[in-house]
Design a protein around this ligand. Structure first.
Ligand code: HEC
Ligand code: HEC
Ligand code: HEC
Length: 409
């Protein structure tokens, strides 16, 4: 007996030591690196590609890479990545020669976008988008846009903060998250005349709707999206700009718990204009797809109609309760979830702290909030006219004024 215990203790000791050594190794070496080929890619920047790439970038890249203060894609801290993954920053992807990606070759960018492997071989965890299913033409269009004269990619010297990844991210990046293989055959565009095919491509292949709208990021099937558990049944937990939990919605055709009773027009308004048929705003991290055409949104609607209905209601979102003593304006600010994009301080994903420079009077500010797209075409701030009650604007603007910063940046 004693002998058996000794052997067991010895084995256990060895296991503990081994685990310790592996843990130390992972902690010290960080994210895995992969050998990568030199991809030869010379993207011809046709005007069509640049225009399409700009539209795709609005739908795919801007949310994470736009810095609200520089107003270009110079990268930012990501308050919406769950803290257990670490303190994550998106990178500067402007055309700056040293801080941005001007020195990356088209092949290096294309390889990263497809596989998730940077030019130095380091893996980028799932908080950076991968375009493993996108058509070749769409990937080339995005690269053409990154090289273009678009103001969003104008060189900016803001340094990229290297993400401070947690031990958990490092472990998961070795056991669960894996880079995608670079496609071995050309990937063509879907048949634009077949709405269901186009819709499936946009929802599953390009814009990753399924990844947020299925049960859990951890159980999604990134190779065959339709095999993800709870496919489009919602309930996946995300965070908004003020770190609040937001659960994704069921967008299967179930009539009671999904969007089975919605019309196509209602769906298009929800997707592009960020309001549900019942007039409530759809909150970040579901940012309005203002750059999508009605045809594309309609195609996604057609595809979602073909998905198996799931009967499932998402967990209720915890409302932020603001005591009356903190003022009616602050209550209105949280009632309409201005914090979901602007954070608690006015600087979240988007910055409203310098609105005074453009809208110096209360009247001008109210006019702007009612219909921002009248002042800034293509803006991703929803149009509040008819949603916020008329008598709520004055207190709301009082609160917005308390968030203004009058000093220079
Ligand atoms: C969900 C947020 C998110 C989205 C969406 C996103 N990115 Fe990123 N991106 C990141 C983060 C975070 C990093 C840093 C990753 C790292 O260093 O591990 C990054 C890194 C990069 C890098 C590497 C730059 C460098 O210096 O390391 C490039 C290039 C890039 N992204 C381009 C894009 C493009 C193009 C798109 C749109 C097709 C896009 N990203 C969409 C979050 C995102
Ligand atoms: C980054 C994650 C994310 C992505 C990507 C995403 N969504 Fe969402 N979506 C959400 C969340 C979270 C909500 C709930 C927001 C809220 O509570 O107001 C939502 C809400 C919706 C709603 C409102 C449903 C309802 O019943 O109120 C629709 C419709 C929708 N999304 C469709 C889509 C489509 C189509 C795409 C792809 C083009 C997409 N979403 C991409 C996270 C996402
Ligand atoms: C879905 C995200 C979203 C929500 C929700 C949202 N906004 Fe905005 N807001 C934006 C964007 C995007 C801008 C443009 C920022 C820029 O130009 O850099 C903006 C700009 C503003 C500005 C002008 C800032 C400037 O300097 O031009 C004000 C004021 C503002 N928002 C107030 C509000 C108020 C009040 C609410 C709540 C009723 C609200 N926003 C809700 C996205 C949002």
């Amino acid at each position: 007996m004693k002998r058996a215990f000794k052997v067991l203790a010895g084995v256990l000791g060895a296991v503990v030591l081994l685990v310790g050594v592996v843990a130390l190794y992972i902690r010290l070496t960080g994210l895995p690196r992969y050998a990568k080929p030199t991809l030869q890619l010379a993207v011809e920047a046709t005007p069509e590609r640049v225009a399409r790439g700009a539209r795709l970038a609005q739908m795919l890249c801007v949310t994470c890479h736009l810095d609200a203060t520089t107003r270009v894609l110079s990268g930012r801290r990501m308050p919406d990545v769950p803290p257990e993954f670490g303190v994550i920053y998106s990178a500067n992807i402007t055309k700056h020669p040293t801080q941005g990606i001007a020195s990356w070759t088209d092949g290096e960018i294309g390889y990263l976008l497809r596989t998730g492997i940077r030019r130095d071989g380091r893996y980028t965890p799932p908080y950076m988008v991968k375009l493993q299913h996108a058509s070749d033409e769409d990937v080339l269009s995005i690269i053409a846009f990154l090289r273009s004269g678009d103001p969003l990619v104008a060189p900016n010297a803001a340094p990229t903060h290297v993400p401070e990844v947690s031990f958990l991210t490092k472990v998961l990046s070795r056991v669960a998250f894996k880079p995608f293989p670079y496609p071995t055959a050309p990937i063509g565009a879907p048949d634009a005349k077949d709405p269901v095919a186009l819709g499936r491509y946009l929802a599953d292949g390009l814009l990753d709707c399924y990844s947020c709208h299925s049960a859990d990021f951890k159980t999604n099937d990134y190779f065959e999206p339709s095999k993800s558990p709870g496919y489009y049944g919602g309930g996946n937990m995300l965070l908004d700009a003020s770190g609040q939990q937001v659960f994704s919605m069921n967008i299967t055709p179930d009539v009671e718990t999904g969007i089975g009773s919605w019309t196509e027009a209602q769906f298009i308004r929800a997707l592009k204009g960020s309001f549900r048929p019942n007039g409530t705003p759809i909150l970040y991290p579901m940012e309005g797809y203002v750059d999508m055409t009605d045809e594309e949104a309609g195609a996604i609607f057609a595809y979602l109609r073909t998905v198996p209905p799931i009967r499932k209601t998402r967990p209720v979102r915890q409302a932020v309760v603001v005591p009356a003593s903190e003022g009616q304006g602050k209550q209105v600010y949280y009632k309409y979830a201005c914090n979901s994009c602007h954070g608690d301080s006015g600087l979240g994903l988007h910055d409203l702290r310098r609105a005074w420079q453009k809208y110096p009077t209360d009247t001008a500010l109210i006019e702007y909030i009612k219909d921002p797209s009248a002042k800034v075409p293509g803006i991703k701030m929803p149009t509040w006219n008819g949603v916020i009650a008329e008598d709520e604007y004055a207190p709301l603007v009082t609160h917005v004024n308390t968030l203004q910063v009058k000093t220079e940046p």
